[in-house]
Design a protein around this ligand. Structure first.
Ligand code: SF4
Length: 406
C-alpha cells in the first residue's frame, strides 16, 4: 500500500482519540467520510503543551488492526473498515519529513493492539527511540501507552516521550466490562500507577534521566453508556487525585457503522462534552469541588455554563464586593476569571475599583452585573429571581438592575 494511502487511513483512524487537546478543527464524525475529527488535513492536529503553547502534531496510529473488540471503537476486530499498518521506519521517516518541512512540531502516536500488548508497545517505543536517538528529533512526542505492556517497556517509552497517556475509556468499571470486556480497569490503573511512580521518582532529581516531563493524561468516552456527568466528574476527580494526571479528556461518543446493539444510536450533544471540560477546568483552576458544581446525581445544565449555574444556585454569596472580597471569591464570579481577579486585587491596592474598571479589563459584563458590587455600582440583592436571571442569561440579554445603596 502506498504511504499516502496508509497516512489517509491511519490519520482518520486516530481522530477518535482526543487525549491531546485540539482546537480549530472540524467536528468529529464516525459515520460517512465527513469530518476528519480533531485533525485537519494530513492528520495534523493542534494541541496545547503544558506551558500553553499551541503546536501542530502529526496525529496518527501505527496501525488500525486490533485484536480487541471494544464495542464503541471503529477499529475493533469485527469492524469492516480499510486497514493499514506503518512499519516503524516508515512512520519515523514520515514524522521527520513533516517536521523538517515545518508542517508539524511533534507527533501523537497511538495504535490498535497487534499480536500482544508488549509487541505493540515495543513498536511504538521503537518509533520514539529512533526519532530521539538516531535522528536527534527535538519535537514533542505524545505516546499512547498500552495497558498490559511490560513495565520495562513503559519505562523506556517515558524516556523518549514528553507525555504518556493511558485511556480509561469509560467512566465505570461496569461499563468497561460490558463494552470492552477484554480490557481490565485494574490493569489500566496499574499502568497509570507505574507512570506516576516514574514521574515522581524523577522530581527533584536533576540528574535523573527524563521521564514524560509533560506528565500523563487519559481519555473518557461520554455518552456511550448511561453514566451521568456526576459519576463522570467523580471518576475524573479520583483519577486526578490517585495518579496525578495532567488532564482528563472527554470525548463525546460518535456512533459507528454496524454498531453493537449495546450502544446508543445517537451521539450525545457535543455541548455536553464542552460542559464537562468547563466543569473540569473549574476544579483544576478555580478550586471548586465536584460537590459544589454538581451536588446531586445527574447531568450538567446545557443551557448555561457550570460557573454561572453555581452562582445562580448560591445567590446568598452575592453580590461580591470587589473592593473587599478575597481573590478566590472574586474569581468565582461569572464573567471574571482568575487573571482578572488578580488584576482587581492589584488595582484596589491603589484605589477603589469602579464599574468601568471591569469594562477596561474586558470582563464579561453581561454575566457579571448581577453578582458584583463596586464603589459606584450596587445591584439590589435578590431583586430578580434566579430563574428570571437564568432565562435572561440564556437569551444573552443584559438584565436591568436597579442601582442603589445596598
Ligand atoms: S483496544 Fe483500542 S483500538 Fe482496539 S478495539 Fe479497543 S479501543 Fe479500539
Amino acid at each position: 500500500m502506498e504511504l499516502a494511502r496508509k497516512l489517509e487511513i491511519l490519520s482518520a483512524a486516530a481522530k477518535y482519540d482526543v487525549s491531546c487537546s485540539s482546537s480549530g478543527a472540524p467536528s468529529r464524525g464516525s459515520l460517512g467520510q465527513a469530518g476528519l475529527g480533531n485533525t485537519t488535513g494530513m492528520g495534523i492536529c493542534h494541541s496545547f503543551t503544558p506551558d500553553g503553547r499551541c503546536i501542530s502534531l502529526l496525529k496518527v496510529l501505527l496501525t488500525n488492526f486490533c485484536v480487541y473488540d471494544c464495542s464503541y471503537c471503529i477499529n475493533r476486530r469485527s469492524s469492516d473498515v480499510p486497514r493499514a499498518r506503518f512499519k516503524a521506519e516508515e512512520l519515523t521517516q514520515l514524522a521527520l519529513d513533516f517536521y523538517r518541512r515545518n508542517y508539524i512540531e511533534g507527533l501523537f502516536l497511538s495504535s490498535g493492539i497487534i499480536r500482544s500488548a508488549d509487541y505493540t508497545m515495543e513498536q511504538l517505543t521503537r518509533v520514539a527511540r529512533s526519532l530521539r536517538e538516531e535522528h536527534l528529533f527535538r519535537g514533542y512526542i505524545h505516546l499512547k501507552t498500552i495497558p498490559d505492556a511490560d513495565p520495562a517497556l513503559i519505562a523506556e517509552a517515558g524516556r523518549y516521550a514528553d507525555r504518556l497517556s493511558v485511556n480509561i475509556e469509560l467512566p465505570t468499571e461496569a461499563s468497561i466490562t460490558r463494552l470492552a470486556p477484554e480490557k481490565k480497569v485494574v490493569t489500566i490503573k496499574r499502568t497509570m500507577g507505574h507512570i506516576r511512580s516514574h514521574i515522581e521518582e524523577r522530581q527533584g532529581e536533576r540528574r535523573a534521566p527524563r521521564f514524560a516531563p509533560a506528565g500523563q493524561s487519559t481519555q473518557m468516552i461520554v455518552g456511550a453508556d448511561e453514566t451521568d456527568d456526576h459519576t463522570i466528574l467523580n471518576t475524573a476527580e479520583t483519577l486526578y487525585g490517585a495518579y496525578h494526571l495532567k488532564r482528563v479528556y472527554y470525548s463525546a461518543f460518535s456512533p459507528i457503522p454496524a454498531a453493537s446493539s449495546l450502544l446508543p444510536h445517537q451521539a450525545p450533544p457535543l455541548l455536553r462534552e464542552h460542559r464537562l471540560y468547563q466543569a473540569d477546568f473549574l476544579v483544576r483552576s478555580y478550586g471548586f469541588s465536584i460537590k459544589e458544581i454538581l451536588p446531586a446525581p445527574g447531568n450538567l445544565a446545557l443551557d448555561i455554563d457550570p460557573k454561572l449555574a453555581w452562582a445562580l444556585n448560591n445567590r446568598a454569596q452575592f453580590p461580591v464586593n470587589l473592593n473587599t472580597a478575597e481573590e478566590w471569591l472574586i474569581a468565582r464570579v461569572p464573567g471574571i476569571g482568575v487573571r482578572n481577579a488578580k488584576r482587581i486585587v492589584a488595582l484596589r491596592r491603589q484605589r477603589r475599583v469602579c464599574f468601568d474598571d471591569l469594562i477596561r479589563m474586558h470582563c464579561q459584563m453581561k454575566k457579571l452585573t448581577p453578582f458584583i458590587q463596586t464603589s459606584d455600582y450596587f445591584p439590589r440583592r435578590d431583586s430578580v429571581s434566579s430563574e428570571v436571571l437564568r432565562q435572561s442569561m440564556v437569551k444573552q440579554q443584559l438584565p436591568l438592575f436597579p442601582f442603589g445603596v445596598v
